[in-house]
Design a protein around this ligand. Structure first.
Ligand code: DGL
Length: 270
């Protein structure tokens, strides 16, 4: 059995493109439909009710594109909305939290795990709950890093400002001696170099988007959900705001030019 439908992926904006990059790497033949809610970004600072409402409309839009699975490539929506909405739909919806928490538990030796994400993600304690379930004696250290998303969206990946903010946010987690740090927001891989330099080479950084890509691949293999044939997969991009800025910044997240079709949609209709 094969399944030729696409993989639906959504994020509050651009961050999920880091997951798209990894999904394309793991599953190069699959077609992807990406929705970036650029008109309503950020999600990370909003209330639980709003994040749930937005996530539902994002899922509904992707369902209208006939997808076989939905990947929530947003730490905030995965932490806050997914536990509430996932049973309302018939298709599998996979978030970044379980995948990243599993990888962190596998990686840690001293059982001290740091978690960074948006305010919404950290407030939900979603990563912490999954880690404690998997490894009850693990000790977790959480920190909301609200300036990271605007830094990344303004191209501050390896600048002095990025280094300063990193130090400010991560000094306590570093002092606790964690050996594993979950980058719980899909924007953060763009800061991986600066974060890695600050934390030191003995700390394993877990990229939530990369981990969810591996989970999807595993699920497809176990359930025979792969696309038939060996053609190169294509990605269609949809956004809820200006196409030009998505195309120019999106290339940095994908680490290649956005070469698929980009279309603006009215997400309020879904
Ligand atoms: N990419 C989102 C996440 O993973 C962060 C951006 C936002 O706050 O909307 O949490």
């Amino acid at each position: 059995m094969m399944d030729n439908r696409s993989i639906g992926v959504f994020d509050s904006g651009l961050g999920g493109l880091t997951a798209v990059k990894q999904i394309s790497k793991e599953l190069p033949n699959e077609n992807i439909v990406y929705f970036g809610d650029t008109g309503r970004v950020p999600y990370g600072t909003r209330s639980k009710e709003t994040i749930i409402k937005y996530s539902k409309s994002d899922v509904n839009f992707l369902l209208s594109r006939d997808v076989k699975v939905i990947v929530v490539a947003c730490g905030t929506a995965s932490s806050v909305a997914l536990p509430v909405i996932k049973d309302e739909y018939d298709l599998p919806i996979i978030g970044v939290v379980d995948a990243a928490a599993n990888a962190a538990v596998d990686a840690t030796v001293n059982k001290k795990i740091g978690i960074i994400g948006t305010s919404g993600t950290i407030k939900s304690c979603a990563y912490e709950k999954v880690i404690k379930n998997l490894m009850p004696d693990a000790v977790t250290y959480q920190k909301a890093c609200p300036l990271f998303v605007p830094l990344v969206e303004n191209g501050h990946f390896e600048t002095q400002v990025a280094r300063l903010v990193t130090e400010e946010y991560l000094q306590d987690i570093k002092a606790e001696g964690v050996d594993t740090l979950i980058l719980g927001c899909t924007h953060y891989p763009l800061l991986k170099k600066v974060i890695g330099e600050y934390m030191g080479e003995n700390v394993t950084l877990i990229d939530a988007g990369a981990e969810v890509a591996k989970s999807v691949k595993k699920m497809f293999a176990e359930n025979e959900m792969m696309i038939a044939g060996c053609q190169k997969g294509e990605t269609d991009f949809f956004v809820s705001d200006d196409i030009d800025s998505f195309e120019s910044l999106g290339g940095l997240f994908l680490e290649k030019k956005i070469d698929g079709r980009v279309e603006k949609i009215d997400i309020e209709r879904y």
